[in-house]
Design a protein around this ligand. Structure first.
Ligand SMILES: [Zn+2]
Length: 665
């Protein structure tokens, strides 16, 4: 079994770091003084109750339909005793009858209530789901002799608990196949909680995944992983206390579990739409949907069960065209076209549609309505953003102008609990036109600290800025307070008054947000302005061993190369052979022009040094788990040739700080 050591570079969260941070909890509890909702926030949230069809309770009926058993146990602890998953953190303050507090947007509160409906559910004959044991759902299809598992959650522990819950109420048949709908961590990383690598290797268990799955699962974690991990901590609000003034879900699901992550290579790859398989007597018809919600993703239909799995291409939220943690921008037009194709292929026959987040929908009319209105949602955001920028409107203007038509906006499943109309419109602009709005005044602006100093001076100094901002706060213009005071915070991060005022403004914006990630970003920003960034000591930013084992050397060396400190490497020249003993490959690495270039080594060429090591050792050194000197002393790296030249190469590598500042310079 391949196990994961620590994890700093997760796809959607830096769970390992967060877990360690929670162990110390200096800021998760007590240290943060949350403020109440202001009159302006109360008014804004109260208005939402009139704007949206709260009398429509169909989602609650669907989310509860087929309930066999509630989640048990609600808390799963890891080896350290810390919770990996804690449903009770939510049930302590919310149930289906709790009215929205004035510190939470009522629409997001409603979504939270739906997400707390957790348990084992029968979806239809032979189809079951466990919902509420992680950010995502695990689905279980009963074959003739065993089980087909769809999307085994984020952690081995939660996936195991979900399967155990199923076994308490259904016959204990072995798992014969696992289907990964797509390449995001919340859909595969719990796999070793339910099957072993040996069972896969021996052919007892099939792993079925869409084309490109492994490459995408691996590469998305690596190159931008440190920044994504830090931003994901904001997006999921992992260090916020859960409660009416804190984290109230991520919109897509409650939150992310913090257990053991794993990855098993697929045995069966789906390469085209229309491809069919029969697994343990269950017929499956696949639709490949690359470049939608994930770069490698697929929907599939069980024609004999009349059940359609729409992966994460359909969800009870507007999803992200561009996720706030950061990612490559997605293509909502293509997404919309694949939804149309899914309607054409499956919707006429399907009697139930289920997804890897949220609850299913039953009945032909409901399914068609759900699929066609989500199809139109993605096309609307694409077409309207493009229409407006072609009329000369810029990124912020486009996002501000677009409003969904009531026929789309009044559908609960189209609300922006995860993606939003605002940031998805910006994503469309970015996709086609990039970061530059075309106005040369914005082509070469000062960076935040330099700009901040000049803004503050122009406004008459720090006190004048604070006075103006305090006045705007009284008016309830929190967007302006945040923008204004952020200049002062970046000019003078030690100005405590500025930090606290910005925090107060961000907090009210968080209380008003309908989107879980928006709320979490605002509240995380407020928290770090108030108490600073909690940085556990001695952290490193490692790619997990599991991921390293699935990485080609070229990707690993791409990852090494992005650590090279350009200014310090200027003028240095060197040639090195890396002999990777774990895979029996030798690669030539050239340093020149402050760039690393690499290719499989050709025999005979002269090098300064030859380093013999494993990929995992290289990752340990680059990620900071060990130093180059320690690795040489322990024999993990063996060097022949010029020892000093080899050491010199590694001395040019930066370490990444997993806790870099966001709201301050
Ligand atoms: Zn997901």
């Amino acid at each position: 079994m391949r196990s994961i050591r620590c994890l700093a570079l997760a796809v959607i969260l830096c769970a390992g770091l967060i877990q360690r941070a929670e162990a110390q909890e200096p800021l998760a509890q007590g240290a943060v003084l949350s403020k109440p909702a202001t009159a302006a926030t109360k008014e804004k949230n109260a208005a939402v109750l009139k704007e949206l069809p709260f009398q429509n309770r169909e989602d609650f009926a669907e989310a509860q339909r087929g309930l066999i058993a509630t989640i048990d146990p609600p808390v799963i602890r890891g080896a350290s005793g810390l919770p990996i998953w804690d449903l009770s953190a939510y049930s302590r303050f919310v149930n289906l009858d709790t009215p929205a507090p004035d510190t939470v947007n009522p629409s997001l509160w409603r979504q939270l209530q739906l997400l707390t409906i957790a348990g084992l559910f029968q979806v239809t004959d032979r189809v079951y789901q466990v919902r509420g044991y992680d950010l995502s759902n695990i689905s279980i299809i009963e074959g003739d002799t065993g089980l087909l598992i769809i999307d085994p959650l984020i952690s081995a522990e939660t996936a195991r608990a979900a399967l155990d819950l199923y076994y308490k109420h259904r016959p204990r048949k072995p798992v014969v196949a696992v289907i990964f709908t797509h390449s995001h961590v919340d859909h595969y990383a719990g796999v070793e909680g339910i099957v072993t690598g040996e069972d896969v290797a021996s052919g007892k268990v099939k792993i079925i995944a869409p084309e490109g799955f492994l490459d995408e699962a691996v590469s998305e974690n690596v190159i931008a992983g440190n920044a994504m991990g830090r931003r994901a901590g904001y997006m999921y609000g992992a260090l916020l206390p859960k409660g009416p003034k804190g984290q109230v879900s991520a919109g897509l699901g409650l939150t992310t579990s913090l257990g053991t992550k794993s990855l098993l290579d697929p045995t069966d790859t789906i390469t085209e739409t229309g491809q069919e398989m029969t697994v343990d007597g269950v017929r499956i018809r696949f639709q490949l949907t690359p470049g939608t919600e994930a770069p490698a993703e697929m929907n599939f239909y069980f024609p004999d069960l009349k059940a359609l799995c729409m992966a994460e291409n359909l969800a009870a939220t507007f999803h992200n065209v561009l996720t706030l943690r950061g990612a490559k921008v997605r293509d909502p037009l293509q997404w919309s076209k694949y939804l149309q194709q899914a309607i054409d292929l499956f919707a006429g026959d399907a009697q139930v549609v289920f997804t890897s987040h949220h609850w299913p929908k039953w009945g032909h009319g409901e399914i068609l309505d759900y699929m066609s209105k989500q199809r139109d949602l993605y096309k609307f955001i694409n077409d309207q953003a493009v229409r407006l920028f072609n009329q000369g409107y810029t990124i912020i203007e486009v996002a501000e102008m677009i409003k969904l038509p009531p026929s789309l906006a009044q559908e609960w499943f189209n609300r922006g609990y995860y993606g939003t109309v605002n940031h998805n419109a910006k994503a469309v602009y970015q996709r086609y036109l990039g970061w530059f709005d075309g106005n040369p005044a914005h082509l070469h602006t000062y960076p935040p600290s330099e700009g901040g100093k000049r803004y503050v001076a122009a406004m008459g100094g720090a006190d004048a800025v604070l006075a103006k901002a305090a006045e705007a706060f009284k008016q309830g213009d929190y967007r302006w307070v945040a923008e204004l005071v952020s200049h002062l915070v970046f000019a003078d991060p030690d100005n405590r008054q500025a930090r606290l005022l910005e925090a107060d403004a961000l907090e009210q914006l968080g209380y008003q947000a309908e989107s879980g990630p928006w709320r979490n970003f605002f509240l995380m920003g407020a928290q770090e302005l108030r108490v600073g960034v909690f940085k556990p000591g001695g952290e490193s930013s490692l790619v997990s061993t599991e991921i390293v084992e699935s990485m080609g050397v070229d990707l690993l060396l791409d990852y090494v190369a992005i650590h090279l400190n350009g200014p310090r490497a200027a003028g240095k020249i060197g040639r090195y052979d890396f002999v990777f003993t774990d895979i029996g490959q030798t690669w030539r690495v050239n340093l020149e022009n402050a760039v690393l270039q690499y290719s499989p080594a050709l025999p005979g060429a002269a090098v300064e040094a030859t380093l013999t090591l494993t990929r995992a050792t290289l990752n340990d050194v680059i990620g900071g788990a060990t130093t180059y000197q320690e690795a040489v002393q322990s024999g993990a790296i063996q060097v022949t040739g010029d020892q000093a030249a080899a050491a010199g190469l590694f001395s040019l590598m930066d370490l990444f700080d997993p806790w870099f500042n966001i709201v301050t310079p």
